[in-house]
Design a protein around this ligand. Structure first.
Ligand code: NDP
Length: 480
């Protein structure tokens, strides 16, 4: 069986412990490869390699760094089908989604920051005839990037690409649940001519490898995407060491539907925004707030559409809903469905596992689930479920919709459907989320700052924000 290897100092190497973890295919429930069970010794080796590489990489002209990163982007495109297949097997998502979203956006991440660094400029501030200030932005050194399992290559590269473009060397950890595409990226980086030690990928468990990255004194910044609890743990360790931190955390995003919306477009997009990637996207709308006058109509239409989604083998091109990433996560989602029932929720469709036949008979599948009849402040409507489960709630006024929408501890994204321009802007202003989509979902412009407020995170990624995050600013004030 295939053994995944760490990528340290330009080489593919086994973990120092020589121990491996099982890597499961969630669609079959079977182990299909092994992941290094690395520890702090592998992280230390990666940091040493990164430190050594930093002196050259940090002064490599931006044009040259850009060319290498562009080459990585091209190689991701060239290997699109292979990477999409690997990601589908590793994570359980439909292969068509892996191809169109995760892998193609991973290529865009490298492309965007490879070109962005060519235009990144520092500022100057003139104090009339007294002084001139200029800001120097220098790479920080060795930085840590830790990413989750839901969009494995996309979120991994979303961090690595700006860090490398800005001239840093990176020690990165993908989720041990979905390591395959990060492993394949190691080969791509070698082929693209990325110098040894500039990017190091250490596979393994969060409490071992992730923790060692958080604690390592030579790692100056950490960019983390994952759960809120893990983010708090990383902050607890890294904050007293004065590491720069970017934390992209969980969400409980409202999808707010006003009666005056463009109904058909809203319906179609709402199915997607609720259930893409089995609902395992931090930006999915998991609480649907529907104006009472169209509530019954919407409930019927939505449930009918959701029932027609095909839950099936992720490798079939016509599958809409693939497997849940792990048995443990499936059990967590089922636990929340049970909780919803106990809290008085009505299951309008789904609500249970789906047993497939053939190759996927032992896989982990849950039917897309729609629940209503719950109060907005019950646990089901306040806690992140991160699966194919949405709740529906009616509202009577804009004010009530805002109260419900802003009632959770999260503040990642929101979706609003209305044709009333004034209302759209007013509501966008009132929503306490880092991202507001009006009449659309997941439309991303990589130049915009990305991230959540409240318990959904601190710091912003994307565009200049990411390049600024991965640089240290120094102001030089010259008296005239
Ligand atoms: P986790 O927080 O469990 O894990 C994220 C990463 O952190 C993994 O690589 C994990 O390793 C690692 N990790 C776990 N424990 C530690 C630790 N003590 N120290 C350092 N690293 C650690 O999140 P999930 O992988 O379960 O991802 C789902 C979560 O991510 C959801 O809450 C979702 O909302 C959020 N998310 C947020 C996004 C955003 O942009 N705001 C985007 C996508 C997801 P291991 O896998 O080995 O445990």
């Amino acid at each position: 069986m295939q053994k995944i290897l760490n990528y340290i100092d330009g080489q593919l190497v086994p973990p120092i412990s020589a121990q491996y973890l099982d890597n499961y295919n969630p669609a079959t429930g079977e182990v299909y490869s092994f992941v290094p069970d690395s520890d702090e010794r592998d992280v230390a080796a990666a940091v040493s390699a990164a430190e050594k590489a930093f002196s050259d990489w940090s002064v490599t002209p931006a044009e040259q760094r850009s060319r290498i990163l562009m080459r990585i982007s091209e190689l991701i495109d060239k290997n699109l089908d292979q990477l999409a297949l690997a990601e589908s097997i590793d994570q359980g998502k439909p292969v068509s989604l892996a191809r169109t979203v995760d892998i193609s956006r991973a290529s865009s991440n490298f492309h965007f920051f490879a070109t962005g660094i060519l235009h990144f400029a520092s500022e100057a501030h003139v104090m009339e005839n007294r002084a001139v200030n200029y800001t120097v932005r220098a790479p920080m050194g060795v930085v840590g990037c830790i990413s989750p399992w839901n969009l494995p290559l996309y979120l991994f590269t979303w961090k690595i690409a700006p860090a490398l473009a800005a001239g840093n060397c990176v020690v990165a950890k993908p989720s041990e649940i979905t390591p395959m595409t990060a492993y394949l990226l190691s080969d791509i980086c070698k082929e693209a001519g990325l110098p040894a030690g500039v990017l190091n990928i250490v596979h393994g468990l969060g409490p071992k490898v992730g923790d060692a990255i958080s604690k390592h004194p030579k790692i100056t910044a950490i960019s983390f995407t994952g759960g809120t609890k893990t983010g708090a743990e990383i902050a607890r360790i890294a904050a007293p060491m004065f590491k720069k931190l970017s934390l992209e955390l969980g969400g409980k995003n409202p999808n707010i539907i006003f009666a005056d919306c463009h109904y058909d477009e809203m319906l179609e997009t709402s199915v997607r925004s609720s259930f893409s990637n089995q609902g395992e996207i931090c930006l999915c709308g998991s609480r649907m707030l529907v104006e009472r006058s169209i509530y019954d109509r919407f409930l019927n239409d939505f449930v009918e559409r959701v029932k027609s989604l095909k839950v099936g083998d992720p490798l079939s091109e016509d599958t809409h809903q693939g497997a849940i990433v792990s048995k443990q996560h499936m059990e967590k989602i089922l636990h929340y469905i049970d909780l919803a029932k106990k809290e008085g929720g009505k299951i309008r469709c789904g609500g249970d596992v789906v047993k497939l036949s053939g190759r996927c008979q032992n896989g982990w599948f849950i039917a897309p689930t729609v629940i209503d009849g719950l109060s907005y402040d019950c646990r089901t409507n306040q806690e992140e479920i991160f699966g194919p489960v949405v709740t529906l709630m009616p509202f009577d006024s804009e004010e009530q919709a805002m109260t419900i929408a802003n009632s959770t501890s999260y503040g990642l994204a929101s979706i609003v459907w209305t044709q009333d321009l004034t209302r759209a802007h007013r509501v966008a202003n009132l929503l306490k989320t880092g991202i507001v989509w009006i009449n659309c979902w997941m439309l991303r412009d990589l130049r915009t700052p990305f991230g959540g407020v409240k318990n959904s995170g601190v710091g912003r990624e994307g565009g200049w924000e990411a390049l600024r995050f991965f640089t240290e600013a120094k102001n030089v004030c010259v008296k005239l």
